[in-house]
Design a binder for this molecule. Structure first.
Ligand code: HGY
Ligand code: MN
Ligand code: MN
Length: 427
C-alpha cells in the first residue's frame, strides 16, 4: 500500500503559514495566543475543515482534526502533532512542519482512497515555545495531565497578560475538556534544530528521547545609588549579582561538558540608567542535560552560587521555577519502527536525543510516542534563517506516513476492497 506525498502542496502551505507574522528579513514571529497566532490558527483549522476532518478544540486551545477509521470511528486516533506558535525570531519550520506534514499525510490518504483500521489525527498544541508564557509545552502538558490547567491559565506572560486573558482575547478557548485527546500513538516530525544530521550527512534523526529542562528566573534586589559618588564597598549592586550568575551558568556548562548546556536568554536591570547602580536585576537561566542526576547537580551548583553572590553583595534574591521537565525516553518499539522505516526507504539515519523540548515528551508517559528529525541547515533554529530543504522535508514526511500508516493499520484502497467483494459475490 503506498500513498503519494505531495511535497509541493506541503511547501506551499509552509510558506503560506509563514507569511502570518512574517518578519521583514524572513522568518516569522507568531507568539502563542497573539493576534498572529489567531490568524495562524484560523488558516490551519480552515485547512483541517476543508478536508472534512472532525475538528476539536479544548479548554486551553489545543486543536486537533480526526479522520475516522473505515468504520467511521474516531476514538484513540494515531496522532501527528506539533505546534504553530513560534519564538520572536522564529523560522518557518520549527513546529509548523510537524503540523502541516501531518495534514499532508492525511490528505494523501484521502487522495489515495486508503482507509485505516484506526482513526488518524493531526494536532497543534497551544504555547509549545514558552517564549511569551512559561513553561513551554504548556498546551500538550495540560492535555496529557502533566501540567495543571488552572495553574497554566493563571500563568502571566512577559507582557503582563495571563494565558486565560490571552485565550479569550483571540477567542481560542475550546469546549473539549482536558484529556479529550487520547492517542493510541503519537508521532511528531520536527526539524533537528542542531548541527548533527547535517554534519554527518544524514537524512533522518531517529529520536530516542528528550533531555531534561530547567528554567529559572532570578530576581535580585539591591540599592539604587549614585554611580559616581558611592564607594564600591558601600554598594548593593543587583546588576553585578546577575552578571555573576550568568558567568556561573556558562562555567557549569564548560566544566560539565556536553551534553550540559546553559543559556541566559533574558536579563533586565532597573532603573536601567547609565549613572544609577541597579536596585533590581532579573535574569532567566535555561539549563539542560540528558541526565536528570547531572541536571540536578547543575541546578544545585547554580542556585548555591546565586545565593552566595547575593549575600556577598548585600542583596536579596528570589528564584522562580519557570519550567522543569525530567528527561523523557520514547517508546522503544515505535522508535525501532522509525529506524526500520528509514532503512526500508533507503534513508541514512542515526539514533539521537533531542536537545529541544517538544510536545511529544508530554505524550510519552501516556501512549507510545516517537519523533522523526530532518536536518537543519548549519544547525540553526530559533532564528529567521532556519532552513530545511524540500527534498529533506520530503524524506521526513514519507517516513512519517510510513510509520503512522503502519500504526493505524492500512486498509486496502476502496476499489480493491470493492473488487474483492464483487469477486466474492460471483464465486
Ligand atoms: O525550549 C524548547 O526547547 C522548545 O523550543 N520549546
Ligand atoms: Mn518546536
Ligand atoms: Mn522551538
Amino acid at each position: 500500500m503506498s500513498i503519494r506525498i505531495d511535497t509541493d502542496r506541503l511547501m506551499a502551505r509552509i510558506f503560506e503559514l509563514g507569511k502570518i507574522g512574517g518578519l521583514p528579513n524572513g522568518g516569522c514571529k507568531r507568539l502563542a495566543l497573539s493576534e498572529e497566532d489567531k490568524a495562524g490558527r484560523a488558516l490551519v483549522t480552515g485547512w483541517f475543515q476543508a478536508l472534512g476532518l472532525e475538528v476539536h478544540s479544548d479548554v486551553i486551545g489545543n486543536t486537533w482534526a480526526i479522520r475516522p477509521n473505515r468504520f467511521g470511528h474516531t476514538e484513540r486516533p494515531v496522532v501527528m502533532g506539533s505546534h504553530i506558535d513560534t519564538v520572536g525570531t522564529g523560522g518557518l519550520y520549527d513546529g509548523n512542519l510537524g503540523v502541516l506534514a501531518g495534514l499532508e499525510v492525511i490528505e494523501s490518504l484521502i487522495d489515495a482512497g486508503v482507509e485505516t483500521e484506526r482513526p488518524v489525527a493531526v494536532a497543534f498544541f497551544t504555547n509549545e515555545e514558552g517564549a511569551r508564557f512559561q513553561p513551554d509545552m504548556m498546551g500538550s502538558g495540560v492535555a496529557q495531565g502533566e501540567l495543571d490547567l488552572a495553574e497554566m491559565l493563571a500563568s502571566v506572560g512577559i507582557d503582563g497578560m495571563s494565558v486565560s486573558e490571552a485565550l479569550d482575547a483571540i477567542d481560542a478557548r475550546g469546549d473539549e475538556p482536558v484529556g479529550a485527546l487520547t492517542p493510541s500513538a503519537y508521532v511528531e516530525l520536527h526539524i533537528e534544530q542542531g548541527p548533527v544530521l547535517e554534519a554527518e550527512d544524514l537524512d533522518i534523526g531517529v529520536v530516542t528521547g528528550v533531555q531534561g529542562i530547567s528554567w529559572s528566573e532570578f530576581t535580585i534586589s539591591g540599592q539604587a545609588c549614585h554611580a559616581g559618588t558611592t564607594p564600591m564597598a558601600m554598594r548593593h549592586d543587583a546588576g553585578i549579582v546577575a552578571v555573576g550568575i550568568a558567568l556561573e551558568a556558562r562555567a557549569i556548562a564548560q566544566e560539565f561538558g556536553t551534553p550540559q548546556v546553559a543559556t541566559v536568554g533574558r536579563m533586565h536591570f532597573a532603573p536601567d540608567l547609565v549613572n544609577v547602580v541597579p536596585e533590581e536585576a532579573r535574569l532567566t537561566v535555561d539549563l539542560r542535560n540528558t541526565s536528570e542526576e547531572v541536571l540536578k547537580k547543575a541546578e544545585a551548583r547554580l542556585f548555591a552560587k546565586a545565593e552566595a553572590l547575593a549575600e556577598a553583595e548585600g542583596c536579596t534574591i528570589r528564584r522562580q521555577s519557570l519550567a522543569r521537565f525530567a528527561p523523557v525516553a520514547f517508546d522503544p518499539d515505535l522508535v525501532e519502527s522509525v529506524a526500520q522505516g528509514a532503512a526500508e526507504l533507503g534513508f541514512k539515519s542515526r539514533r539521537m536525543p533531542s536537545g529541544a523540548g517538544h510536545d511529544a515528551q508530554m505524550f510519552a508517559p501516556h501512549c507510545p510516542s516517537a519523533m522523526i528529525f530532518v536536518p537543519s541547515k548549519e544547525g540553526i533554529s530559533h532564528n529567521i534563517h532556519e532552513y530545511t530543504a524540500p527534498d529533506q522535508i520530503a524524506k521526513g514526511v514519507a517516513l512519517l506516513a510510513k510509520v503512522v500508516v503502519a500504526q493505524a493499520g492500512p486498509e486496502q484502497p476502496k476499489d480493491q476492497r470493492e473488487r474483492a467483494t464483487a469477486q466474492g459475490a460471483t464465486s
